[in-house]
Design a protein around this ligand. Structure first.
Ligand SMILES: Nc1ncnc2c1ncn2[C@@H]1O[C@H](COP(=O)(O)OP(=O)(O)OP(=O)(O)O)[C@@H](O)[C@H]1O
Length: 310
């Protein structure tokens, strides 16, 4: 698929602190690319540099063949982390205002607005004033505002925050639909389960630096080793002679054994000691959530596994 956005070697400092250190990634047509990282990692700063809200000290942002101020911003949709809509304005008026800012035809925008209000469970709210809406409803309206003009690239900074689980699912499906229809999507989110379900590729950043970059499948193959969870009364010594165990977490009667990368699971299971107390046993892949927590807490799964590059 065609490359829509390219971020190359971005560097940015605030006062004397470097918050972006050589950030590079691409977003392609029709894909959902996640930008992930702990609080303060530099996600929003990266996004603000892409949007031209601030400028990088080094590096460049390219949208199709355009750089810097030449980028046609009306072809980009943006849901910022900071939410806010004018309070005493009708929902439809504010959506038409967003469309107008992007030079999008008014009648087409009205039709799209009504369609999306319906899809997002806000049918009949077009004449409500924004101040009558709940926080989640307001967020839905702001989301519609970011896509009303059929952008080629959609940047969503924490789109799920503050939404109930049902609304999160609706947003997730809608974002997937947009990608299916060709929109390139860059998504920042802390909801790892949703990211894991919906994203094609991910870029993980920690302390302003790349830690992981690759397709979801590559990342899983590279970092999501197996773990074996055993419920039963077992001491640390029980597992001492077991091969291919990189870490053991034990609390009460639960032991979680993290297995090394290329372990053959069935062969490994055969080596469990005979005197093991097993009430329950499961073998699973480490989730994206666990990979994230390890990186954020400097346990460094990523460094152990080696870096993936897309
Ligand atoms: N305008 C600014 N002036 C000074 N420092 C800033 C500014 N904006 C961001 N920072 C700093 O840059 C770093 C990265 O912040 P950023 O908002 O990009 O992180 P983030 O990954 O989006 O975090 P979060 O998940 O908490 O939203 C932080 O240390 C933050 O304090």
């Amino acid at each position: 698929m065609e490359k829509v956005l390219s971020v190359e070697h971005l560097q940015k400092s605030f006062k004397n602190t470097k918050v972006l250190k050589d950030i590079s990634f691409d977003v392609h047509q029709g894909e959902i690319m996640a930008i992930l990282g702990p609080n303060g990692a530099g996600k929003s700063t990266t996004i603000r540099n892409i949007m031209g809200i601030m400028y990088p000290d080094e590096g460049r942002v390219t949208f199709h063949n355009h750089n810097g101020d030449e980028i046609p911003r009306h072809k980009i949709g943006y849901l910022p982390e900071e939410r806010g809509l004018y309070k005493n304005v009708k929902v439809m008026d504010i959506l038409l205002y967003f469309a107008n800012l992007k030079d999008y035809p008014k009648e087409k925008a009205r039709k799209r607005a009504l369609d999306y209000l319906k899809k997002l469970g806000l049918e009949g709210k077009e004449n409500a004033s924004v101040e009558e809406l709940s926080k989640g409803m307001g967020q839905k309206v702001q989301f519609i505002g970011s896509i009303i003009h059929e952008p080629e690239l959609l940047i969503l900074d924490e789109p799920f925050s503050g939404l109930d689980p049902v609304s999160q699912e609706i947003f997730k499906d809608e974002i997937k639909n947009l990608a299916k229809n060709g929109t390139a999507i860059l998504l920042s989110s802390h909801q790892m389960n949703l990211v894991e379900e919906m994203c094609d590729r991910l870029f993980m950043i920690s302390k302003g630096q790349k830690v992981i970059y690759g397709s979801m499948d590559q990342v899983k193959a590279e970092y999501a080793n197996f773990k074996c969870t055993i419920r039963g009364k077992n001491g640390q010594n029980t597992f001492k002679s077991l091969p291919d165990v990189t870490r053991i977490d034990q609390s009460d009667d639960i032991s979680v054994l993290y297995l090394s990368k290329d372990v053959h699971v069935t062969n490994w299971l055969k080596q469990l000691p005979n005197d093991l107390n097993v009430q329950e046993l499961s073998v699973d892949r480490v989730s994206l959530h666990e990979i994230f927590v390890d990186i954020a807490t400097d346990k460094n799964i990523a460094q152990e596994a080696g870096e993936s590059d897309a």
